[in-house]
Design a protein around this ligand. Structure first.
Ligand code: PMP
Length: 449
């Protein structure tokens, strides 16, 4: 029996609230690869929730760790105080981070991780006496959360248009998606590394390089439709930042914790940034938490610049290092290691790639792009109805096929838990294929209400 939930009071995030109310989609429990709905249906999770439940849902070891901690110490103030689990959680995170990144600042989600990293970058240059370095550079179609820093460096007009001028001194590079040259590429696109040279051109033509604090990019742009870095592109960004003393920040909120078959995209690409923002898989999404993993000497710059008892970085949150979240981090990383989930994702990636590319040639499929256990399927839009086609696929997959997918504009994005097996992969892509064929035969709209 469906719940009779009162939908009059909760203002839902990033949701077509009016459409939702006409036929609410309610999840009430979860286990492993599946959600259950309020009308008792099982939904295969093709998106790891929101790119976050990498070890599958309600993992017993993570559940037990959170339950134990909730009964032991619910909260501890972290300003001028500590509790051991927060330190253990930081060490656990460092144990899977790229070499040299070994200081962790905890916050509560990806948006806070981004704003924290931007503030650390600006303050770092200040404490080293480089107060001129105040500019930040992001990318078009970059998604860095919803804080004022994140929407400023982010490159999504719709997320900024209602919120005034945001931060000053921010510039954006072009994104590297080029379907005309790279359509249906498997893995990293061949063409487009030279797009990174735009950073050097901007620095020399528009901004004195000595005024730029940091460049922030998602190694793989997820939320705006799975935009992959062309071969060599990230290496070029790294070299240009190094040349000009600019910090490079990777926003790995999506790519962290095994999504590409390595701990972080930095490892996968062999390009080590100066800071990594992470969240989501950090706790397997069981408790909200974010973190910035920082190069040791960036942290040390604050230590050597301050008097012994001074507060070095005027930044932090009531819930920084929250005990329940810290317990979840330790348990989640333990599960990732113990079950070899990152290697498992790497081993499953070729099968996932083949399944994704089996959609090539189906109606409306304009591009398929993939890496590790993430893939984007770009559809031909319907004239005058942006996003309508993909949203219809989402609705029909949910109501008729029992499969959870995610869409952004006319792009379907898939990022299943790393425990997905081959029959489940077949089911996810089979469902999308069936819906596209049905759309072709009968048009869209039957599941919309
Ligand atoms: N950065 C990236 C790359 C993200 O994908 C997201 C969320 N999808 C965020 C930041 C923001 O994370 P949160 O929603 O936890 O604030």
């Amino acid at each position: 029996m469906p719940n009779t939930v009162n939908t009059d009071h909760f203002w839902m995030p990033f949701t077509a609230n009016r459409q939702f109310k006409s036929r609410p989609r309610m999840l009430v429990s979860a286990s492993g690869m599946y959600y259950k709905t309020d009308d008792g249906r099982e939904i295969l999770d093709g998106t790891a929730g929101l790119w976050c439940s990498n070890a599958g849902h309600c993992h017993p070891k993570i559940v037990a760790a959170i339950q134990k901690q909730a009964a032991t110490m619910d909260f501890a103030p972290m300003f001028q105080m500590g509790h051991p689990l927060a330190f253990e959680a930081a060490s656990a995170l460092v144990s899977i981070a790229p070499e040299g990144l070994n200081r962790v600042f905890f916050c509560n989600d990806g948006s806070e991780a981004v704003d924290t990293a931007l503030k650390i970058a600006l303050a770092y240059h200040q404490v080293r006496g480089n107060g001129l370095r105040t500019r930040l550079i992001g990318r078009e179609r970059g998604y860095h959360g919803v804080g004022f820093g994140g929407i400023a460096v982010g490159g999504i007009a719709g997320n900024r248009k209602n919120f005034g001028a945001t931060l000053a001194g921010v510039d954006h590079l072009r994104h590297p998606l080029d379907i005309s040259r790279n359509a249906f590429s498997r893995g990293l696109p061949e063409h487009g590394a030279e797009i990174a040279d735009e950073l050097e051109q901007r620095l020399l033509a528009l901004h004195d390089p000595a005024t730029v604090a940091a460049v922030i990019v998602e190694p793989l742009q997820g939320s705006t439709g799975v935009i992959l870095p062309p071969k060599g592109y990230l290496q070029k960004l790294r070299a240009i930042c190094d040349k000009h003393g600019i910090l490079l920040i990777f926003d790995e909120v999506i790519t962290g914790f095994g999504r590409l078959g390595a701990s972080f995209a930095a490892d996968y690409f062999g390009v080590v940034p100066d800071m990594i923002c992470c969240a989501k898989g950090l706790t397997n999404a069981a408790v909200p938490m974010g973190a910035v993993i920082v190069r040791q000497d960036i942290h040390d710059a604050f230590m050597s610049a301050s008097a012994e008892n001074a507060i070095e970085l005027a930044h932090g949150y009531t819930y920084t290092g929250h005990p329940l979240a810290a317990a979840a981090v330790i348990a989640a990383i333990d599960v990732y290691k113990g079950e070899n989930l990152f290697d498992r994702a790497a081993a499953m990636a070729p099968y996932f790639e083949d399944a994704a590319h089996s959609l090539k040639g189906l109606p409306y499929v304009k591009d398929v792009r993939n890496l590790g256990l993430v893939c984007g399927i770009e559809l031909e839009p319907i004239a005058g109805k942006p996003a309508a086609r993909a949203f219809d696929v989402f609705l029909k997959c949910f109501w008729e096929q029992g499969v959870l997918i995610r869409t952004t504009g006319d792009i379907i994005a898939l990022s299943p838990p790393l425990i997905i097996d081959k029959p489940q992969i077949d089911r996810v892509f089979g469902a999308i294929g069936d819906v596209l064929k049905a759309q072709h035969a009968t048009g869209i709209g039957s599941s919309a209400v």
